[in-house]
Design a protein around this ligand. Structure first.
Ligand SMILES: *Cc1c(COP(=O)(O)O)cnc(C)c1O
Length: 375
């Protein structure tokens, strides 16, 4: 087989990622909050934007701490990013039997109970040290120590073991991107009571997710941010809460017209024949469908052709969609499904709102079949 064949050019549907805007968004949120350190959350392939490229771009502006959900996500970064003088925090629960892998890849797991630590030290060889992150559940209800005594016991155990080193102490907010201030305040109070009660110095603390950094930065000690959404330009509180700062859009979704034809009066399009032309109508077929993450519920959504608005007509199929046209366009004409074209723009937020979900679910749902192109 000829490995030199450029397969990318055979796939006229793609995602464009503007890494400069990721860098700018990181700098904007750091300036806005006055934080000194950034833990960039790049789980789920950097929310669908490409974890390896995102890590390299943020590393280039000085970021040295990253967070992922799984060991496989972390291992990929260790394998694909040439330098390794950066930290990787594992946010999700990990089975203690994988401590050897965490040591090999130099990963720092979030740990939520004492028994995990007690088990872990049994399998850490003499002379090796596991960096751990103490997870505190102040109200998210997913994982973590859940009382003053648990936090104190875990901290004491870490300090007493020469096989464990504390890298961070954190909690995760359930309502930071919500107008429920009372619940947020209770979580903050729990955190401060428990970590101060356990005498854990604040150099270890990292509390602020995107919502917290955007809307509560004055209320908590915010030396370290642990954010994802804002790096990719997303408003985590949309559509309810407005952004206090202007972030840059990062992701565009593009395709090219693959087939053009004119429907006659009474002719229909796609499964179920749900769309029928009432007058002669130019239409185009694009090679993208729900298997790429262009969800079935996007039927009727706007798209941009040559700077003006057209719409998806008929049902979305697995690999193809059909769009309306105001006139005949040549095959290969570029179509913008998310992004800017002239005066018109479709943002991920608008796309997500149409799908009745949040931007993160949209960007993480775009499948590997869509190449990511970086600029
Ligand atoms: C996903 C996640 C984050 C990042 O949240 P954003 O709202 O995208 O900033 C931070 N901390 C934890 C524990 C997470 O799971």
């Amino acid at each position: 087989m000829n490995k030199k064949i450029d397969i990318l050019r055979t796939r006229p549907s793609w995602i464009e990622i503007n890494l400069k805007n990721v860098q700018e968004n990181a700098q904007t949120i750091m300036q806005y909050t006055g934080a000194k350190k950034l833990i960039a959350v790049v789980k789920a392939n950097a929310y669908g934007h490409g974890a390896v490229a995102t890590v390299k771009a943020l590393y280039a502006i000085g970021v040295r701490d990253f967070a992922v959900a799984t060991i496989a996500e972390a291992a990929l970064l260790r394998q694909e990013v040439a330098y390794d003088d950066f930290q990787i925090l594992l946010l999700g629960v990990q089975d203690v039997s994988f401590v050897d892998i965490m040591l090999a890849y130099h990963l720092s797991p979030a740990v939520g109970n004492l028994s995990w630590l007690q088990e872990a030290v049994k399998s850490i060889p003499e002379g090796k040290v596991l960096d751990v992150q103490l997870a505190i559940d102040t109200g998210m209800g997913r994982m973590g120590a859940h009382s003053q005594s648990q936090v104190t016991a875990m901290y004491a155990f870490i300090q007493s073991s020469d096989k464990l080193r504390l890298r961070g102490v954190f909690t995760h907010f359930a309502t930071a991107d919500d107008s429920n201030q009372q619940y947020y305040d209770e979580q903050v109070a729990n955190f401060y009571n428990w970590v101060r009660g356990a005498n854990i110095p604040n150099k270890y603390w990292h509390l602020a997710n995107s919502g917290s950094a955007l809307w509560h930065s004055k209320e908590i000690d915010i030396q370290t941010l642990r954010v994802g959404s804002v790096l990719y330009g997303y408003n985590p509180g949309a559509p309810k809460l407005k952004m206090p700062i202007q972030l840059k859009n990062v992701l565009s979704l593009k395709s090219r017209i693959g087939f053009v034809h004119e429907l006659g009066v009474g002719e229909s399009v796609s499964y179920g024949a749900t769309y029928t032309a009432e007058k002669p109508q130019w239409v185009a077929t694009l090679p993208i469908g729900y298997a790429d993450g262009y969800l079935r519920r996007m039927a009727g959504m706007k798209v941009l052709v040559a700077g003006h608005v057209e719409h998806v007509i008929g049902r979305i199929t697995m690999d193809q969609i059909v769009i309306s046209l105001n006139k005949e366009y040549p095959v290969d004409t570029e179509v913008t499904l998310i992004g800017r074209d002239g005066q018109e723009e479709i943002t991920v937020e608008e796309f997500a709102e149409y799908a009745d979900t949040i931007p993160h679910e949209i960007s993480t749902t775009f499948s590997a079949r869509l190449p990511r192109i970086y600029d």
